[in-house]
Design a protein around this ligand. Structure first.
Ligand SMILES: Nc1nc2c(ncn2[C@@H]2O[C@H](COP(=O)(O)OP(=O)(O)OP(=O)(O)O)[C@@H](O)[C@H]2O)c(=O)[nH]1
Ligand SMILES: [Mg+2]
Length: 302
């Protein structure tokens, strides 16, 4: 192993930070390193936490981190903000909330915002989880803000996903985008100190009664008051119950088959310069060439 890889595997924080920056900056060193580290991955539990803005994801995450630290586990936290191309308030908030862990080397925190293209963010998030996994972090938490399709894509990268909902979000579960409901292995109804938590649970149960997952798992519903640290143990227990059974393994195969497709697509696209796409677009629009022959030419060249 190279020196950097060796250091990362042995838990060196500075080497880990440097490698994380390589991933964020899309440096070629990142790929070389991750290929080397790959055999060391596959041990961490990758836990996705997603849900609408302000649902209490970070507060919940913070308590889960504390519980895991009390158990003696090391943790990696990746806070992803696909909705904002800028370093927005959400990310700053996450940073501040997790500040209390800053002196603890057992908690490695990284915030990531989209840098232009979302595909790149999904890739960087995957790579970051691989890095933290290889570095021996027992649990890697990926917190994703929002409820859109983009967020769902990122949440799908996790081995087990918590969807955080809050009472009074809308009239019923239908108001929540279907995509986010479908990725939940565990539902956390946070802010259960507010009215409407029971109603939300009934609606969720109604929804779950109608839908059948291919893996046969029925998502658990857990009530929490994250701001008071209530229900954290139950949430973690539900996560572990899902993770312990075989469904999680086939889920990983599904994740990788999707990732491989995306990786291939990115690679192929990277090999055609953007200006060539523009020129070809003009050729087709102005009927100088048909699109099929352009694609065939590219495929032959690659
Ligand atoms: N009443 C109540 N408030 C809560 C609870 N959990 C979190 N909050 C508050 O809700 C607000 C948002 O919490 P966050 O943890 O930042 O929520 P988030 O989902 O991470 O927010 P974004 O990352 O911005 O999407 C904060 O003011 C919390 O103190 C809860 O169980 N009950
Ligand atoms: Mg947050």
């Amino acid at each position: 192993m190279t020196d950097v890889a060796e250091k990362i595997v042995s838990g060196d924080i500075r080497a880990l930070s440097r490698a994380a920056s390589w991933i964020e900056d899309r440096r070629p060193e990142a790929e070389i390193l991750l290929r080397e580290l790959f055999p060391r991955t596959g041990h961490a539990m990758i836990l996705g936490i997603t849900g609408p803005p302000g649902a209490g994801k970070s507060t919940l995450c913070d308590h889960i981190v504390r519980t895991l630290r009390d158990e003696g586990k090391t943790v990696g936290v990746i806070a992803v903000d696909p909705s904002s191309p800028y370093t927005g308030g959400a990310i700053l908030g996450d940073r501040i909330r997790m500040q209390q862990h800053h002196a603890d080397e057992g908690v490695f925190i990284r915030s990531m915002a989209t840098r232009g293209c979302l595909g790149g963010l999904a890739r960087a998030t995957t790579e970051m989880t691989m890095l933290l996994d290889a570095a021996g972090r027992g649990v890697v938490i990926v917190e994703t803000v929002g409820v859109g399709q983009d967020e769902v894509e990122i949440a799908r990268l996790a081995g087990v996903t918590i969807v955080v909902l809050v009472p009074g979000m809308g009239d019923d579960v239908q108001a929540i985008k279907a995509g986010i409901i479908e990725i939940a292995d565990v539902f956390v109804i946070n802010k259960s100190d507010m009215p409407g938590a029971e109603k939300l649970e009934r609606e969720l149960n109604g929804y779950l009664g109608l839908s059948h997952r291919p893996d046969g798992w029925t998502p658990k519903i857990v009530h929490t008051v994250a701001s008071e640290g209530k229900g954290i143990g139950e949430a973690l227990a539900a996560v572990r119950e899902y993770y312990a059974q075989s469904a999680a393994k086939s889920h990983m195969a599904e994740i990788w088959s999707r990732r491989l497709r995306e990786m291939l697509r990115e690679r192929l696209l990277d090999r055609i310069p953007a200006k060539e796409f523009s020129a070809a677009g003009r050729d087709v629009a102005e009927k100088r060439r048909d699109p099929y022959s352009i694609i065939n030419d590219w495929l032959e060249r690659l």
